[in-house]
Design a binder for this molecule. Structure first.
Ligand code: ADE
Length: 234
C-alpha cells in the first residue's frame, strides 16, 4: 500500500510514522508513506494556501488551487487507482469497518483540512470521501490522518505478528475485548479470575465470550444494537 499525505505541516508526521508498528511496516515494505507540503504548490511569494470566504464571515478558507495542483503532482507518481480522502469534522465518522475497508486499498491520498474550512470545490470535485475521526474539532486534519493511517496499517496482512490478535480485539465482530490478565496470578490481594488459570480452554473461551458481551452491553450498547441490526438484514 502507498499513502500520500498533503498537509501544511508535513513535519508533524515524522515521529508517529518513524516509531513502533508503522516504522516496522515501512521497513518490511508493507506500506510506503509520503508527506507533501501543500505550500510547495502555491505560486505567490508568501506561499499562501488560504483566503477570506466569499460572502464574508470569520476565519479563512483553504483554497482549491494549491490542493488541485498538489493532487495532480502526487497522482503522477502513483500507478493505478487511488482514493482521495479529505480529513475534516464534517466527514463520515471513522470506525473499524472503515479502517478494514481502507486497508484493502492500493493507494490512498489524505488531504488535511485547516482553518474555518476547505473550499467546497475540493469536496465536490477532488475528494472521493470525507472522514472525521470523531465529534470534536481538531486544529487540523493532521492528527486525524495519523489516526486513520495507524489503524489501517496495522490491518495490512503481515504487519502484525500474531494473526489471532486481530480476530479477538475490540470492535472485531462489533464487541469490545474481554478482560485480559498476565502474571502474577495474585498481586497484593487482587487475584486473576479462577477460570483463566484453570487450564480448561472450553470454559475460558465461554467466559471470554460472556465477558465481551457483558462489557459491550454495559459500555457500548450501541455496538450490540448494530450487531443485531446487521443480523436482521442478512
Ligand atoms: N479536522 C478537524 N477536526 C477533525 C476531525 N474531528 N476529524 C477529522 N479531521 C478534522
Amino acid at each position: 500500500m502507498r499513502i500520500d499525505i498533503i498537509s501544511i505541516f508535513p513535519g508533524m508526521f515524522s515521529g508517529v510514522f518513524n516509531e513502533s508498528i508503522i516504522k516496522r511496516a515501512r521497513e518490511k515494505g508493507k506500506v510506503r508513506i509520503f508527506t507533501h507540503d501543500l505550500r510547495d504548490y502555491t505560486s505567490d511569494k508568501h506561499r499562501k494556501v488560504d483566503d477570506r470566504p466569499f460572502g464574508g464571515g470569520p476565519g479563512m478558507v483553504m483554497q482549491v488551487e494549491p490542493i488541485f495542483k498538489a493532487l495532480a503532482a502526487v497522482k503522477k507518481k502513483i500507478k493505478g487507482r487511488c482514493k482521495v480522502i479529505l480529513l475534516c469534522p464534517q466527514g463520515k465518522k471513522f470506525d473499524q469497518a472503515c479502517a478494514r475497508r481502507l486497508s484493502a486499498e492500493k493507494n490512498l491520498i489524505f488531504i488535511c483540512g485547516h482553518y474555518e474550512g476547505v473550499d467546497e470545490r475540493v469536496r465536490e470535485h477532488l475528494a472521493d470521501e470525507e472522514i472525521s475521526i470523531g465529534d470534536y474539532v481538531l486544529t487540523g486534519g493532521e492528527l486525524a490522518a495519523m489516526v486513520v493511517t495507524d489503524s489501517l496499517v496495522r490491518l495490512i496482512p503481515g504487519v502484525l505478528g500474531d494473526k489471532n490478535s486481530l480476530n479477538f480485539e475490540s470492535f472485531e465482530g462489533n464487541l469490545l475485548e474481554y478482560p485480559q490478565y498476565s502474571r502474577p496470578a495474585r498481586f497484593k490481594s487482587w487475584a486473576v479470575p479462577g477460570v483463566l488459570v484453570s487450564g480448561d480452554h472450553r470454559k475460558i473461551s465461554a467466559w471470554r465470550k460472556a465477558q465481551a458481551l457483558k462489557r459491550t452491553g454495559m459500555r457500548r450498547p450501541d455496538l450490540l444494537k448494530n450487531k443485531r441490526n446487521r443480523k436482521e438484514q442478512q
